[in-house]
Design a binder for this molecule. Structure first.
Ligand SMILES: [Zn+2]
Length: 255
């Protein structure tokens, strides 16, 4: 979801929970022994995501750790704020060093639709945040900051042969919403509607322009050193999409 992007660096903490084991990998995974089977599945998605995103973004894997957190450990998971986050919502946090992808034992019921793609998309989304935040990123409109990981997740899904059309067909329509109305706040249900709109929009952009815009847009954002406002965000996206990018954006009702 939309946390972690604007966090301020805080002193390093040991990023583990009592009794957790470590699964080595490009992105190592901490998990409680009783969730070993689930950890295997998560590790599999992390490996797929790391391989694809390293190639697509032409950067190495992020220095980050993933944690599969058991329900009873959720309140002790690393995070920016003093209060535990709502259960079941994965997030990326730079409150620890190295930063952590925090993944719940069970995804919150707010995650809709439920298809074979739901869990891997959620993991690839958070992994993409870790990739993108390897370098400092200036503040951007929330929709742009969430569009990138949604597009990245769709790229991994497509390459892994997961059916995006099946997943997208199950998305509830949200009349009146548009991509740029997403502010990254508000209750989880409305955030999910926006995330799904972004997922649809990202899939359409990939079908129209191919995968190259993800790297172009990421590099453009890494190169920015002033806050990216709404106008600049649109301009960067249009340019990254390629020739006719601006016209295409204007033609999209959800944009
Ligand atoms: Zn996010």
């Amino acid at each position: 979801m939309g946390r972690g992007g604007n966090s301020v660096a805080t002193p390093p903490n040991p990023v583990t929970l009592p009794g957790y084991r470590l699964w080595e990998g490009d992105v190592p995974l901490l998990y409680p022994p009783h969730l070993a089977d689930q950890a295997r599945e998560v590790q599999h998605y992390l490996t797929q995501g790391t391989d694809v995103l390293s190639e697509v973004l032409a950067v190495g894997p992020p220095d980050a750790t993933a944690m599969l957190v058991a329900n009873e450990g959720w309140k002790n998971a690393p995070r920016e704020s003093g209060r535990p986050y709502p259960p079941g919502l994965p997030y990326f946090t730079r409150s620890v060093a190295p930063p952590a992808l925090v993944l719940p034992e069970e995804l919150s019921p707010v995650f809709q639709p439920r298809t074979t793609a739901t869990l891997p998309l959620a993991i690839w989304h958070e992994l993409a945040h870790a990739f993108l935040l390897q370098r400092e990123v200036v503040k951007t409109p929330a929709w742009l900051g969430e569009f990138l990981p949604q597009a990245a997740a769709v790229i991994v899904a497509r390459r892994m042969g997961l059916s995006m059309s099946d997943h997208l067909n199950h998305i509830e329509d949200a009349p009146g919403l548009n991509v740029r109305g997403f502010e990254g706040r508000g209750e989880a249900g409305s955030q999910m509607l926006h995330q799904n709109l972004l997922l649809r929009f990202a899939t359409a952009a990939l079908e129209e322009f191919g995968e190259g815009f993800l790297e172009r847009l990421s590099r453009a954002l890494w190169d920015e050193d002033e806050i990216v406002d709404e106008r600049r965000a649109e301009k960067l996206l249009a340019a990254a999409l390629g020739p006719c990018g601006a016209e295409w954006l204007r033609s999209r009702p959800e944009f």
